[in-house]
Design a protein around this ligand. Structure first.
Ligand SMILES: CC(C)(COP(=O)(O)OP(=O)(O)OC[C@H]1O[C@@H](n2cnc3c(N)ncnc32)[C@H](O)[C@@H]1OP(=O)(O)O)[C@@H](O)C(=O)NCCC(=O)NCCS
Length: 169
């Protein structure tokens, strides 16, 4: 049974995000968050309806439990995904807020539910993620959620494992 729902990131979520991004299990794999003002400067633009990257709060049984963002892969700019020609490809990044609840299947459940949301748009053909090769837990969680390991790629942030979940007709 699906337990995760998603609501769009809102400007009032910035203090919550700042708190989450400073938690050790997230800092280990995400960029240094900086001050609340710096977090706001980065994430406010994810709140708009026509933003390039859309931010979401993941709700577990109605409670805020994590963050996930999605973007159109093709035309990302900045040297990202320059070979992508599929306008239906979406990219994602995520974290769970509670470091004491990792490795219990919540991440893969969140990913599965979020893919269902993305695939509810018939224009979406595949969902991809690019965890750092050292992030074995994230890679395994993606696999549990039906993502295929497409090997190592080089991104502007360095080496990554390309994980892809194609639409199943
Ligand atoms: C990545 C994240 C969302 C995954 O969610 P999760 O609930 O912890 O992961 P799941 O329980 O769904 O799956 C974890 C799997 O990895 C395995 N695992 C745990 N640590 C591992 C490691 N160091 N190396 C390899 N596999 C590992 C677990 O055993 C489990 O696999 P299994 O069920 O086959 O035994 C969560 O750990 C998180 O938020 N991490 C911090 C931020 C982050 O890394 N974000 C991803 C950036 S791409």
């Amino acid at each position: 049974m699906s337990r995760f729902t998603f609501r769009r990131l809102h400007p009032t979520d910035m203090p919550l995000l700042h708190d989450w991004l400073n938690r050790p299990h997230i800092r280990a794999w995400w960029d240094e968050p900086g001050s609340l003002d710096e977090v706001s400067a980065t994430f406010m633009e994810l709140t708009g309806d026509d933003a390039d990257t859309l931010g979401y709060i993941a709700l577990l049984d109605g409670e805020a439990a994590g963050f996930i963002q999605s973007y159109v892969v093709m035309g990302s700019g900045g040297g990202w995904w320059e070979d992508e020609t599929d306008p239906g490809a979406r990219g994602i990044d995520l974290f769970l807020a509670d470091g004491e609840r990792l490795g219990q299947g919540l991440g893969s459940a969140l990913l599965d539910d979020f893919c269902a949301l993305l695939f509810s748009d018939p224009a979406v053909s595949k969902v991809q993620a690019d965890p750092t090769p050292a992030n074995g837990r994230a890679i395994r969680s993606y696999q549990r959620a039906g993502f295929q390991d497409c090997g190592e790629v080089v991104t502007p942030d360095g080496p990554a494992r390309l994980m892809v979940r194609p639409r199943v007709a």
